[in-house]
Design a protein around this ligand. Structure first.
Ligand SMILES: [Zn+2]
Length: 235
């Protein structure tokens, strides 16, 4: 049997997360999608040492990594910074729906956000467009979103919808939408290109098994699928 080793921290102990046995690395806290992202970044050589990095809803494993590698060139933002009390960097409060418009254009080399868009009480298209705007030309944005086995995305931006209703409809009390396959068009329309990277174009099954990540290329697009956008010129 293959020994499973976390590619991020080299830990070998894994635990259950959300009914998925061995989903979480017990050393660095990474989930499968975090490990996929890490492997993609290593494979593609991003971010470069000189890059300015912007990270939304930052996972602990990446905070630790980028704080070490990029120090003050790394900025982490979240709507609820109080959740990151013992973090190695200062996570600043940022409301993507409200604050993105006031950010200068062409500022960041690398933007990372995982499972953020399903939480936002504003237009996914506008947000993706705004994020592309603040990327430097030739900058890269990498993101993942939960995509469900359904054709159409459903959403409800009513601020008064109860958490119980949200959980019932969208699967989590703080989700405002459930992405279906049509989100692929939304992303393409927002960014002007199809930035979905099929897992088979970058990895072999063995690399996933070794990193404790289920290999399910036939189930893509899904919550671990990589979207990578490279900005060419002005946006
Ligand atoms: Zn780990």
């Amino acid at each position: 049997m293959t020994t499973v080793i976390c590619p991020i921290c080299k830990g070998q102990k894994f635990g259950k997360f959300s009914n998925r046995p061995s989903a979480k690395c017990l050393t660095c806290g990474s989930l499968e999608r975090g490990r996929v992202i890490y492997m993609v970044l290593v494979k593609l050589g991003i971010p470069r040492a000189e890059d300015r990095i912007l990270h939304f809803a930052p996972e602990k494993c990446f905070i630790d990594l980028f704080t070490k590698s990029h120090a003050e060139k790394y900025q982490a933002f979240d709507l609820f910074p109080e959740r990151y009390k013992n973090s190695k960097t200062t996570v600043r409060r940022f409301d993507i729906c409200e604050d993105l418009n006031s950010m200068p254009s062409d500022e960041w080399d690398f933007i990372l956000h995982n499972h953020v868009l399903e939480h936002l009480f504003c237009s996914v298209k506008d947000v993706l467009h705004g994020l592309a705007r603040i990327l430097k030309p030739e900058g890269t944005m990498v993101f993942t979103i939960p995509i469900h086995k359904r054709q159409k995305t459903i959403e409800n931006l009513d601020p008064f919808l109860s958490e119980i209703e949200r959980k019932k409809t969208f699967g989590q009390k703080d989700h405002v939408r459930l992405f279906g396959y049509d989100v692929m068009y939304t992303i393409k329309e927002s960014l002007g290109v199809n930035c979905f990277i099929p897992v088979t174009s970058l990895f072999e099954e063995e690399e996933f098994v070794k990193a404790g990540i289920p290999w399910q290329p036939e189930n893509e697009p899904n919550g671990k699928s990589i979207f990578l956008y490279k900005k060419s010129g002005k946006f």
